[in-house]
Design a binder for this molecule. Structure first.
Ligand code: GCW
Length: 605
């Protein structure tokens, strides 16, 4: 088993080379020889690569020298110029959040079972975990949160009885520069004999302090705790009348003496909403919760915010918190696992999304970047062989957010397959365009949640309409969407004035967000003169057609096995999915609107 994007190297690392640097040297020397390595501890995660005679010198800190070895392999195998001068990561915290449960399942996992949990215990193949470490180091990912943010028993014990096992696991990844983080349960003191988890209770504070001390005695370099609190039935400070700053700071103070970070998720909303009530609008929730707390979080708290205000939907505006918070350290959360974006069956390459988000919010607005992992125990780690791209590119993007999405995709393709120039360009274009195609056949114009409940794969325009999750399209025979301008729920007003004004005006609102911000009649005339309903039909027909074209491109690539068959098998499913979306959504709107398709295509009655 090799890591996903280096099958091009002739020889896998022999098991005798257990030190990551020895392994990296072995790999780098397959590409270029001689390569000399120089340890310069002061460089930390940074590295410098220089041409030296026929070969190269790679200098760096303990982890930097590893990163440098992989950067050299990348540059040479992609035919790119060597990076000049000292290279350092843009974001100090580059993390994957693994939603792995201790029973071996993975919440929203689409690549098999957990790589390290099974049967309510740690259970893994150390050689494979070393491969994982190598894979993460090769793209600069430096933190792995080991368990699901929904902390299910016995995962609480990761910071209790299971500490020795956590320490052993950390020990395997440490030499690769990968530190662990643990998701903790805010109510844990209650399970350990206290009668409260109130963050202002001194016994609770002492309990967490003592816990943190024990954890750091076992894993001295733990990156910190990750917390999902008062969110989707998870316990939190609200139960005691305390706010999220009080909750987060209490935990942060227990970690502070050890240099740990407390990552607090901002994914907070009322998941018991009455669909009849139009006055509550879920996207407003996080801003309402956190804006009043701006400036009250301790320095070692990071508020981790999903890119959009809903939940990794196909198209969302950026969370208004990124524009509003001024005095709160923020982290940006993406999801590599394609929960709402094809589940590692349909193609969906994410680099264009990330770039769009950091361009919109300003890359220096956040100090940390995290992504929900798409890894699993499948032979190829990712289910779909191309889903590897998203982890590969995520690491490099977190290192350098100015990287060009197309270049990241091309680099991955080149390191993974030996393709002709034409094939490589075709694969790059296929992936680069995959997000737009998916958006077209599923949810154009910013319409969210028309997805099958629970599983989140396939169309179901009424699936979330009468539920408690705050996820409504409110379609009727005249119009569709929610008015989020000041005349409606007011969500658009959470943005700074210029943006708020743009979003609030259907004539100025970006078309791909039109139905996110507005409720519009089917006859609304779009900028190119088409009616809204015609645009909905066109997008679904064209999106499904583009998926067919993708299938033809894929076939022509003649990839090596087993990737060829695996990708083809998944593409067949993608086509079925695309047709299903096209027909279900078109029929849904046709039944309401009664409008015929101007082009006379088949819309089922
Ligand atoms: O998207 C939702 C998912 C949940 C997930 C939650 C979250 C871990 O459907 O499975 O729970 O988001 O981000 O907390």
């Amino acid at each position: 088993m090799r890591y996903a994007w280096l099958p091009m190297l002739k020889k896998p690392v022999p098991d005798t080379l257990q030190r990551p640097l020895d392994a990296a040297k072995f790999e780098a020397r397959q590409i270029a020889d001689p390569v000399c390595f120089a340890l310069e501890p002061a460089l930390g995660e940074g590295y410098r690569i220089e041409k030296a005679g026929d070969g190269y010198t790679v200098a760096g800190g303990e982890t930097g020298v590893l990163y440098g070895a992989y950067a050299l392999i990348r540059a040479l195998s992609c035919g790119e110029a060597l990076p000049e001068g000292v290279q350092r990561p843009y974001y100090p915290l580059r993390m994957i959040n693994c939603w792995d449960n201790m029973d071996g399942s993975i919440e929203r996992g689409y690549a098999g079972r957990s790589l390290w949990f099974e049967g309510d215990a740690f259970h893994y193949d150390p050689a494979r975990i070393r491969q994982l470490g190598r894979m993460l180091a090769s793209v600069g990912i430096n933190v792995l949160c080991v368990n699901n943010v929904n902390v299910h028993w016995p995962a609480q014990q990761l910071i209790g009885d299971l500490l020795p096992d956590l320490a052993a696991f950390a020990g395997i990844l440490r030499p690769f520069g990968v530190r662990l983080m643990v998701s903790v349960d805010f109510s844990m003191p209650l399970q350990c004999g206290l009668d409260t988890a109130d963050p202002l209770d001194s016994r609770v504070q002492a309990w967490w302090k003592q816990r943190a001390d024990a954890v750091y005695a076992a894993v001295p370099d733990l990156a910190g705790f990750l917390v999902k609190a008062d969110s989707e039935h998870r316990p939190g400070p609200n139960a005691y009348g305390r706010d999220h700053a009080q909750g987060a700071n209490m935990l942060a103070r227990a970690l502070a003496p050890h240099g740990g970070a407390l990552v607090w998720r901002a994914f907070v909303y009322n998941c018991l909403q009455d669909w009849r009530d139009h006055s509550v609008d879920r996207p407003c929730a996080a801003y309402e919760t956190y804006m009043p707390l701006d400036g009250s979080f301790d320095d070692n708290v990071i508020l981790q915010i999903k890119n959009g205000p809903y939940d990794f939907q196909v198209r969302e505006p950026e969370s208004p918190l990124f524009f509003g918070l001024r005095h709160t350290p923020m982290g940006l959360e993406f999801q590599l696992a394609q929960e709402y974006t094809g589940q590692q069956i349909d193609l969906y390459a994410m680099p264009p999304l990330w770039r769009e988000v950091t361009d919109a919010i300003g890359k220096d607005t956040v100090r940390a970047i995290a992504a929900v992992s798409n890894l699993g125990r499948d032979e190829n780690w990712f289910g779909h062989p191309f889903a590897a791209l998203n982890l590969f590119a995520f690491g490099l993007f977190a290192w350098d957010p100015d990287g060009d999405p197309a270049a990241l995709i091309r680099c991955w393709a080149r390191m993974t397959y030996a393709l002709t120039a034409d094939q490589e360009a075709a694969l790059t274009d296929l992936l680069l365009g995959s997000r737009a195609v998916y958006e077209r056949y599923t949810a154009p114009l910013g319409l969210c949640w028309m997805v099958r409940p629970d599983k989140h794969y396939g169309p179901s325009p009424y699936g979330y309409e009468f539920q408690a999750w705050g996820t409504y399209n409110r379609a009727d025979r005249d119009a569709v969407g929610v008015d989020r301008s000041g005349r409606g729920t007011g969500y658009a007003c959470q943005y700074p004035p210029e943006l708020a004004e743009r979003y609030a005006d259907p004539e100025k609102c970006p078309e791909n967000l039109l139905l996110f911000f507005h409720r519009l009649p089917y006859g609304f005339v779009m900028r190119d003169g088409r009616t809204l309903i015609q645009r909905i039909y066109d997008d679904h027909f064209e999106g499904a057609q583009q998926a067919e074209a993708m299938a033809r491109t894929l076939e022509a690539l003649e990839l090596p096995e087993p990737d060829r068959s695996e990708a083809a098998r998944r593409m067949e499913k993608q086509l079925i999915n695309a047709r299903e979306w096209r027909d279900v959504i078109n029929t849904f709107f046709h039944r309401f609107s009664g409008a015929a398709d101007e082009k006379g295509r088949v819309i089922y009655p």
